[in-house]
Design a protein around this ligand. Structure first.
Ligand SMILES: Cc1ncc(COP(=O)(O)O)c(C=O)c1O
Length: 407
């Protein structure tokens, strides 16, 4: 008989990360048996041969000695100055160093923010489909995620009427993920203005996860919501994991802007948590000024001939040739969220579909339910392998779906 009988805490029961969930664990088991799997589940560029920009490497190696001590709990002044400069250039007004928190990735920032902001029974509007970080941090903070629709027929833009219909007296905040994971959508300014209007009318805090703001397809521009918000409280999150392909560095930040005079206790809550963990990794803060100066390496990846551009092109072209799939082309980031068209597949459990695909084709994808998507007919592909590998994977998935039926 068990002596301690330890169970997982109730707070974590509904927390899920399908990107590294049960299907992923099955792929690791297969690896141990010597079976190779094409892993299209995580947005981790370095695992596909992407290397850090020379600017980042130089900043790190030349300044290492400056990162030996704990630094300021909100982040090194030189790094925060570079962040002030970056967001000011992006059009955000009145950006102040004291309103910036450098964190161990956007993930830590999200967790600190939701802990500081959300009370029991507070509702947080979260897009569906969406990257699970925001649902999970809301749940752990004791809040209730309430999903608003992003409409595939409208380029996956947020559905404003749906947002309005989901607001109650308990709604505290709205999350925007722009550019979006998993859809790759980049929202036009008009859509952002409408969200801001709804948020203002209902006194909602606007939280904008803009980690992919520099990863844009040619001709696409990104509007930072904080830059167009007048007289509203906006919290913007950003980081270097994706634009400078240094996910393992754990380098992110958040910026509180707009009506900050109304949020001293929120900032106090963030300071409490930042001081609890002393400071975020100082080594990685060293590279922030150099990285934010260096936009060339990111632009190159997203331009014709660049890997992220060519990989997206090959994937989208391949999907468009398939009988069983269709997709909305991504305008940013490196994800695509195809729809399964073949009704005879009768997919009711998309995790089972992912598992069956893994076993038969040795390809790992993340099912739509991992992004809190309502119907089991979508999945996400991470477009990080070389173009021919991605195109081939799409044809293999199509081949699988042509003969697949869930009983
Ligand atoms: C939308 C979004 N936000 C945040 C993160 C986490 O970023 P970080 O590596 O800075 O913790 C990811 C990672 O995939 C993401 O897709």
């Amino acid at each position: 008989m068990s002596f301690y009988n330890i169970k997982m805490s109730d707070k974590l029961v509904d927390v899920n990360s399908d990107i590294r969930g049960e299907v992923y664990r099955e792929s690791l088991r297969m690896n141990k048996e010597g079976i190779e799997v094409l892993k299209l589940n995580t947005g981790n560029p370095a695992t596909f041969g992407f290397t850090m920009p020379a600017s980042v490497k130089k900043a790190l190696t030349e300044n290492m000695d400056n990162a030996v001590a704990y630094c300021d709990l909100q982040g090194m002044p030189s790094a925060r100055e570079a962040i002030v400069d970056y967001h000011t250039k992006r059009g955000v007004k009145n950006v102040k160093m004291e309103n910036i928190f450098i964190t161990n990735g956007v993930s830590e920032a999200a967790s600190m923010l939701m802990t500081a902001l959300v009370n029991y029974n507070d509702e947080v509007l979260i897009p569906t489909p969406s990257y699970s970080l925001w649902t999970n941090t809301t749940l752990i903070a004791g809040g209730k995620p309430v999903f608003y629709k992003c409409d595939e027929k409208a380029n996956w833009y947020p559905d404003i009427e749906d947002i309005k219909s989901k607001i109650t007296s308990n709604t505290k905040a709205i999350i925007i993920i722009n550019p979006n994971n998993p859809t790759g959508a980049v929202y036009p300014e008009e859509v952002l203005r409408e969200i801001l209007k709804v948020a203002k009318e209902n006194k909602l805090v606007v939280i904008s996860d803009e980690i992919y703001d520099r990863l844009l397809m040619p001709g696409v521009s990104h509007t930072s919501v904080a830059a167009i918000a007048d007289d509203q409280l906006v919290i913007t999150l950003n980081g270097l994991s994706k634009s400078h392909v240094i996910c393992g560095f754990r380098c992110g930040w958040m910026l509180i802007s707009g009506r900050t005079e109304e949020a001293p206790m929120l900032i106090e809550g963030l300071v409490k948590q930042a001081s609890m963990r002393l400071c975020s990794n100082a080594l990685t803060q060293l590279v922030i000024p150099a990285a934010l100066e260096d936009s060339a390496s990111t632009i190159e990846m997203m331009s014709p001939g660049g890997r992220l551009y060519e990989q997206s092109k090959a994937t989208v072209e391949a999907i468009n040739k398939c009988e069983t799939l269709e997709c909305v082309k991504n305008d940013g980031a490196f994800y695509i969220f195809p729809k399964i068209l073949r009704k005879e597949c009768n997919i009711r459990d998309d995790r089972k579909f992912a598992l069956d695909l893994l076993h038969e084709k040795k390809i790992l994808i993340v099912p739509g339910s991992g992004f809190d998507y309502e119907t089991p007919d979508h999945f996400r592909i991470v477009m990080l392998p070389q173009p021919e590998i991605l195109a081939n994977a799409v044809y293999e998935i199509d081949d699988f779906l042509k003969n697949y039926t869930q009983k």
